[in-house]
Design a protein around this ligand. Structure first.
Ligand code: GKR
Ligand code: MG
Length: 429
């Protein structure tokens, strides 16, 4: 068996995205993703997926070149490659590590997000070469299916008039009744039993009313609300008081470890985060101050599936819960999330996934949610197959774009509907 990497292919694509609202604005009609393929000397191909914005592509290209001639099994070596790419780039631009501690973390996340696309592709290829599923390469699954939650969004029925976009069949959801209806459809279509609402869009009292309406419509179902740090400490405490009896957790009510620690100390509701703890460097302070009770891991920016396992082990050690964050993604990433989640012993919360919002994919067969769960594949590698025609079509869309959509920018997308829109300063309420 020859495990030497002989080819690495990067295909940036644009994928249809519905008009989902968040505190920064609205999703663009198409969102960029990057599909990674690695090929061994024996012709075994592995696939990975990560963010596709320009800044990721700029790192991914030199990364891909450096992989040729390396072993597909050399997963630890990927970190050395990432460092080399960063050093080469900072020599040229002096850019990567500017901006103090925050700047270092942003650069780390960028680098690790790129690395994760290659790590997943290598694991897929290695699994195929050895005839083993990815979860086996990660030590073996401890469950046969992984539970996901319905990710509810305030949304418009359509993207603004005049904007080229694909239609979705979800309709509008801009009030409690719309959110309950969306949740019903999520439950009917996919069997989800826990619900997360993306908040920070409307004033807190409206979002409290939406969560109350969900609690009434789905008694006993776990509920979460995530305003992406749009609230002050006082507002967060008020929301916690109003919803404490129905929330499984409150996600990133306010920004920063200090604010989260204050809310956590006084709210009486567990806090989850994908904003306050996003790198290993942030763990110590947040855990010492008891600022978060659940870390929402994301294998993209945490640096792959094995780093996700390390994060889970640290959380376990400190008695902090772990689950999964998501951003717009396709089936390759959902497969990767499912494999790693299947190996994490203490996964006590359903994971997030945007996948139901993505009507397009690059796989010959979409992954399915049954009773809110994705079955863990035992096929070699990730257990997914690339649809090359579809990949080519979505890449063509990326090539045809004049650059306006190649970088996700929810505030600019919002300005199409509301030219006066400026990204709200935080805390907004
Ligand atoms: O897709 O609009 C969105 C979300 O707001 C996403 O960007 C967040 O990263 O899902 C995420 C979250 O949990 O914060
Ligand atoms: Mg979040």
């Amino acid at each position: 068996m020859n495990l030497t990497l002989t080819d690495v292919r990067l295909t940036p694509i644009l994928v249809a995205d519905p008009p989902l609202l968040n505190t920064q604005g609205v999703h663009q009609p198409y969102t960029p993703r990057l599909i990674v393929e690695v090929e061994t000397a024996d012709g075994v191909v592995g696939v990975g997926e990560t963010y596709g914005d320009t800044k990721y592509l700029e790192l991914a290209r030199p990364f891909a070149q450096k992989l040729i001639g390396r072993q597909v099994s050399d997963l630890n070596g990927l970190f050395a490659v990432a460092d080399e790419v960063a050093v080469d780039r900072s020599r040229v631009s002096g850019q990567l590590d500017v901006g103090g501690q925050r700047g270092v973390q942003t650069a780390d996340k960028l680098r690790l997000s790129v690395l994760s696309g290659f790590e997943v592709a290598c694991l897929d290829a290695l699994g195929k070469a050895l005839g083993l599923p990815v979860h086996a390469l990660l030590g073996g699954k401890v469950r046969d299916a992984v539970e996901y939650s319905a990710y509810l969004f305030y949304k418009w029925a359509l993207h603004p008039e005049g904007v080229r976009a694909e239609k979705d069949d979800w309709g509008a959801a801009v009030d409690p009744a719309g959110i309950v209806e969306q949740a019903r459809r999520f439950k009917e279509r996919y069997g989800f039993t826990s619900f997360k609402l993306k908040g920070g869009v409307f004033p807190p009292e409206e979002e409290i009313a939406a969560v109350r309406a969900l609690a009434e419509a789905f008694p006993g179902h776990p509920l979460r609300l995530d305003p992406n740090g749009a609230w002050s400490v006082e507002t967060s405490l008020e929301v916690a008081r109003e919803l404490g009896d129905v929330l499984e957790y409150l996600e990133d009510p306010t920004l920063g470890t200090a604010g989260m620690a204050e809310v956590a100390a006084r709210a009486g509701v567990p806090l989850a985060t994908n904003m306050c703890v996003t790198t290993f460097a942030e763990i110590k302070e947040a855990f010492t101050r008891d600022a978060v009770q659940v870390v929402l891991s994301d294998h993209h920016y945490w640096g792959g599936l094995r780093n996700t396992q390390q994060l889970a082990a640290i959380c376990r050690t400190f008695g902090v819960g772990v689950s999964m964050h998501s951003n717009t993604h396709l089936g390759i990433s959902l497969a990767a999330m499912t494999h790693v989640a299947s190996t994490v012993p203490d996964l006590h919360h359903a994971c997030d996934s945007h996948y139901p919002w993505q009507s397009e994919d690059v796989l010959t067969r979409r992954l399915a949610f049954d009773d809110g769960k994705v079955a863990v594949s035992d096929a070699p590698g990730l257990g997914v197959e690339l649809d090359r025609d579809r990949l080519a079509e979505l890449h063509r869309r990326w090539l045809d774009d004049d650059g306006a959509l190649r970088d996700r920018d929810d505030a600019t997308a919002m300005r199409v509907a509301d030219p006066a829109w400026v990204m709200p300063s935080v805390p907004r309420w």
